[in-house]
Design a protein around this ligand. Structure first.
Ligand code: BGC
Length: 368
């Protein structure tokens, strides 16, 4: 957005605030002027619905907030940055008191977040941080580097690297979407564990697709975390480097969509084994793939907890209390007060205990 369209947006937003102010829709105040005075309006902007997780995130959050008696508008953006921006702008123009945003592109969302703030709304970044703006008030997510570290440690353990196995082992690496601020942290965590083994030559990559450093992570990023793009990438690598019988020992797939693209490729190639394949999100289909031995692990992030933490932040603000946000995360402009939840490694050995007994997925859905 150039500065003119931005300026027009702000003027339009300001114009829209007049009727809202006139009908007394002010935050948390009781003026005795009618039922709408106490209303709390919350907008939720989710990135897409291709992954189950965002659907569950949106629904959980909505349910929780409605349970507090707030009015909730939930929108999904089909993975398109422009669509998300205009949805958030509409929320700003409609005078939302709180807007929860899981950004497609954390940098592109900044301007829309500023519009929410200009209209007096509070912005909470959900799962993914909004970058380079002061207009983000709080952030709720899972410990990001831990997610990547857990994927790296799984590969380290299963290849026996800590026990001194010297390989060399063939490992292919993929990172997340270049526009997703989380993806850098995920790769950083994995690279902390795997990088030294690549340096010593215990791990190698036949494709040569190994970033020179963490800062170069985008060179192995998969646009939009797209399953099909991950699949195309793995098809290329497998056809070029592994279809002559060269063993592929492990694939760092940084979420379940990338894991799916990987095991689909291997299945189609008709191999008689699956390498170690990591993942993230505990998507239903991927839990089944773990049960079937196609995928090795996933990093489970209980999105019910994330929704709960976020809804509780909003409730605290509505009630005039301080939200729980003991950590901070820098977005390039400021340290954003944050709450970081704990992810859990899940593989076939603990699916029952963690996911099924924990009520996240039924035994039937897990394919057990
Ligand atoms: C989320 C992951 C998700 C990925 C793709 C990341 O920002 O943290 O849970 O798999 O985006 O949607």
């Amino acid at each position: 957005m150039n500065k003119w369209t931005k300026a027009i947006g702000v003027v339009a937003a300001a114009a829209l605030m007049i009727p809202l102010a006139a009908c007394g829709s002010t935050r948390g105040e009781t003026s005795g002027g009618g039922a709408s005075d106490d209303e709390v309006n919350v907008g939720i902007s989710m990135p897409e619905q291709m992954l189950e997780r965002w659907k569950i995130d949106g629904e959980n959050l909505k349910e929780q907030l409605e349970g507090y008696g707030y009015n909730v508008t939930l929108q999904y953006a089909d993975g398109k940055t422009d669509q998300q921006t205009s949805q958030i702008q509409n929320m700003a123009n409609n005078g939302m008191d709180y807007v929860v945003i899981a950004s497609i592109d954390g940098t592109a969302t900044g301007a829309a977040a500023e519009q929410v703030a200009a209209n007096g709304g509070t912005v909470i970044a959900y799962d993914r941080l909004i970058m380079n703006t002061d207009a983000v008030d709080y952030y709720a997510t899972f410990s990001l580097t831990d997610v990547g570290r857990m994927q790296g440690e799984y590969i380290e353990e299963k290849l026996g690297l800590k026990d001194g196995a010297t390989g060399p082992f063939n490992v292919e690496l993929m990172a997340g979407s270049p526009t997703d601020n989380n993806a850098r942290y995920y790769f950083e965590g994995a690279w902390e564990v795997l990088g030294p083994y690549f340096e010593s030559g215990v791990l190698q990559s036949q494709s040569g697709k190994v970033p020179a450093s963490v800062d170069d992570w985008q060179s192995i990023g998969i646009d939009n975390w797209d399953r099909q793009k991950a699949q195309n990438e793995m098809e290329n690598r497998i056809n070029s480097f592994y279809n002559d019988g060269t063993k592929l020992d492990a694939v760092l797939a940084q979420n379940d969509a990338e894991a799916t693209g990987t095991y689909n490729t291997i299945e189609a190639a008709g191999w008689d084994y699956y390498p170690i394949i990591t993942g993230q999100d505990a998507e239903k289909a991927n839990v089944q793939a773990i049960v079937q031995g196609k995928q090795s692990m996933t990093v489970y992030k209980d999105t019910r907890e994330l929704a709960k933490a976020t809804a509780e932040m909003i409730k605290a603000l509505v009630d005039g209390d301080t939200p729980e946000a003991p950590d901070t995360f820098n977005n390039g402009n400021k340290d954003v007060p944050s709450q970081l939840l704990t992810p859990v490694t899940v593989d076939k050995d603990n699916i029952q205990e963690v996911l099924i007994d924990g009520g996240y997925i039924s035994a039937e859905d897990a394919g057990l």
